[in-house]
Write a new protein. Structure first.
Length: 243
């Protein structure tokens, strides 16, 4: 089964139209890409990937510092993995599981990716199948996108826009599903992300705060004190001692 993985950067603007005979999945690591596939334009970021099927005409525009994990595979790969439904889409929400795999791929680099592609590639493709069917249909894309990138600039307005409903409708859905408001749910999600970074990395607390979506270290500390009854420094120290 033909399958390759590579971390790539693209020219800032490529007005040429491309096509190829293999399938290509573009997964943002950092930044965003405006991409047009067969006349269907969109913008992908850390919460949304693009799937270019064989023969599709496409062009793209990116930021200078953007980086992407690109998976090239044979057209039959989706059938082999029993995920044919993905091949019917262009823009695919990135699940939290997919985001973790993308982070791992970036960490090991292209040399190791060429060796690990046959194992990591199928995992990436299978992880894109969102396991959130229990949510009402209008909420699927919102939940998937926010969980994939909780550190993004999510306001109530932007979340309602993704969910394709009014803010009052969105608040009602969150109350029914989570028994909390959208922003309280988002804060908890961001705290989970911050705690993951505190446990598993040596990043500074200030950098973790920004990555998780907080304005600064003080904002993260206040949120953890209020919701978790601890501070980032105490949490990290406790995790290291228990580990």
């Amino acid at each position: 089964m033909f399958l390759s993985l590579e971390v790539r950067s693209y020219e800032r603007e490529d007005r040429h139209h491309h096509h190829h005979e293999h399938a290509q999945l573009v997964l943002p690591i950092r930044g965003e890409m405006k991409i047009d596939v067969n006349g269907c334009g969109g913008c992908i970021d850390q919460s949304l990937a693009a799937l270019v099927t064989p023969g599709s005409i496409h062009s793209q525009q990116t930021n200078l510092d953007s980086r992407f994990l690109v998976l090239d595979c044979a057209p039959t790969t989706f059938e082999t993995l029993q995920i044919e439904h993905l091949a019917q889409k262009i823009y695919v929400p990135i699940s939290p599981a997919t985001r973790r795999l993308i982070e791992f791929a970036e960490l090991i680099g292209n040399a190791q990716l060429s060796i690990a592609a046959s194992q990591l590639g199928p995992l990436l493709l299978s992880s894109l199948n969102p396991g959130i069917s229990r949510f009402p249909d209008p909420m699927k894309q919102l939940i998937a996108r926010v969980q994939a990138d909780p550190g993004a600039n999510w306001s109530n307005e932007s979340m309602a826009q993704v969910a394709k409903m009014s803010m009052s409708q969105m608040h009602q859905r969150f109350r029914l599903m989570f028994e909390m408001s959208p922003q309280v749910w988002l804060t908890d999600l961001r705290l989970q992300e911050a705690q993951r970074w505190l446990r598993g990395t040596s990043l500074t607390i200030s950098e973790i705060a920004l990555r998780a979506g907080f304005s600064d270290q003080a904002s993260l500390t206040r949120a953890m004190q209020r919701v978790r009854a601890t501070t980032p420094a105490v949490y990290r120290k406790t995790q290291k001692q228990s580990g």
